[in-house]
Design a protein around this ligand. Structure first.
Ligand SMILES: NC(=O)c1ccc[n+]([C@@H]2O[C@H](COP(=O)([O-])OP(=O)(O)OC[C@H]3O[C@@H](n4cnc5c(N)ncnc54)[C@H](O)[C@@H]3O)[C@@H](O)[C@H]2O)c1
Ligand SMILES: [Zn+2]
Length: 345
């Protein structure tokens, strides 16, 4: 596990002057900026004036490209441009760029430094923080990866302006999750929609940071962040396997949270009215999705998930809104029942 866990998270208000200063203090031999076609167009122009020489590495956007093939292209670009141990990779993008860029930087020459400049809400409140880097493999999410932290994270809310409402919702799903697992008050404030986006982002980052700091390698309590993800990831994997449009992470997780809230209600004492509260609020923002084709395939994806210790499917479930419990299991019948419940809503 790298370096420092206590990297800084910088909230940028008007320009990247703070980054410029940070770069000047660190004296990197070369600076690489990883982008996809969208962040190249919408985000890089705001950064360039504050970089003193850089090489742009562009990859194709989207989850389908979070693969070892793309990683090879990034490693090749670093190699061809003679990146050395004192080079810096700036990940300028959403969760895909942060995950694959962090992975490539962590493995190139046994590790070069990287920073994250998340440009989606999801990456700001979740993917850029916590040190999990990786790529998908054989249709399974994040199968190959490492734990390693960025040197710093720079959050610039201006980037949210070019996002579609669908992308904003993707990030919102993670904030809902943060509230459900650890902060009852935040849940009701969030759903009352009376918080500024900047406050939501700060509160959400704080929740994730606090959890990760206590358990950086996910040996225990960090698993509470997996709420909604056991089933949500299986939905995503099913969509990757099929030829259908990929199901975006936030939408998959929001459906997963409803299924897992249902299981919580059956085996973890989550009250009926809290289950209703959760599903109503989630469905208001995230209309029902067509999440999978085949029930056996979905159970197989869950069983192979790296979150499991053995063949048992590991769940984080809710005892109440704002309180989660880790390392729970249930039988396949209840999992299938939760899928039917979601379908019936
Ligand atoms: N490492 C972690 O802890 C962690 C946590 C949560 C999610 N993730 C991963 O994050 C990924 C999802 O992240 P995401 O939703 O940000 O996906 P993404 O990176 O694919 O971005 C979504 C879309 O928005 C575009 N985009 C990005 N910034 C933009 C901007 N400012 N303006 C306009 N368009 C922009 C991208 O090009 C892409 O098309 C998944 O792969 C998921 O597994 C990782
Ligand atoms: Zn997530």
């Amino acid at each position: 596990m790298n370096p420092e866990q206590n990297y800084g998270i910088h909230f940028i208000s008007d320009s990247f002057k703070e980054l410029q200063l940070w770069l000047a203090n660190n004296q990197f031999s070369q600076v690489f900026v990883l982008v996809d076609e969208n962040t190249n167009k919408h985000c890089l122009p705001l950064l360039i004036p504050f970089l003193n020489g850089h090489v742009v590495i562009q990859i194709k956007k989207g989850e389908r490209n979070k693969t070892l093939i793309t990683a090879q292209k990034i490693w090749s670009a670093l190699q061809q441009n003679k990146a050395g141990r004192n080079s810096l990779l700036i990940n300028l993008g959403g969760g895909v760029i942060c995950d694959i860029g962090g992975f490539c930087a962590s493995t190139f020459k046994r590790g070069i430094k990287f920073i994250n400049i998340p440009t989606t809400l999801l990456a700001m409140v979740d993917a850029s923080i916590g040190g999990k880097q990786g790529v998908d493999f054989n249709f399974e999410k994040n199968m190959i990866g490492v734990f390693r932290h960025p040197e710093a994270i720079f959050i610039y809310l201006e980037f949210l302006k070019s996002l579609t409402s669908k992308e904003l919702k993707n990030g919102y799903a993670e904030s809902l999750k943060h509230a459900l697992i650890s902060d009852n008050k935040f849940w009701y404030e969030l759903s009352a929609k009376n918080m500024s986006s900047s406050d939501i982002i700060k509160r959400s980052i704080q929740i994730k940071q606090n959890i990760v700091l206590l358990d950086p390698l996910e040996k225990g309590q960090r698993k509470i962040l997996n709420f909604g993800h056991t089933i949500g990831h299986a939905f995503e994997s099913c969509a990757l396997l099929s030829n259908k449009k990929p199901l975006s992470h936030g939408y998959a997780v929001s459906a997963g949270m409803i299924c897992e809230a249902y299981i919580s209600n059956k085996i973890c004492n989550l009250k009926n009215d809290e289950l209703l509260e959760i599903e109503n609020k989630i469905l208001k923002t995230f209309p029902k999705q067509d999440c999978y084709n085949n029930r056996n395939v979905i159970i197989d994806f869950m069983r192979n998930d790296k979150k499991n210790d053995d063949q048992k499917i590991n769940f984080t479930l809710l005892e109440q809104i704002g309180k989660a419990e880790i390392n729970l299991t249930c039988d396949d019948i209840l999992i299938l029942e939760s899928l039917s419940y979601y379908e019936s809503l």
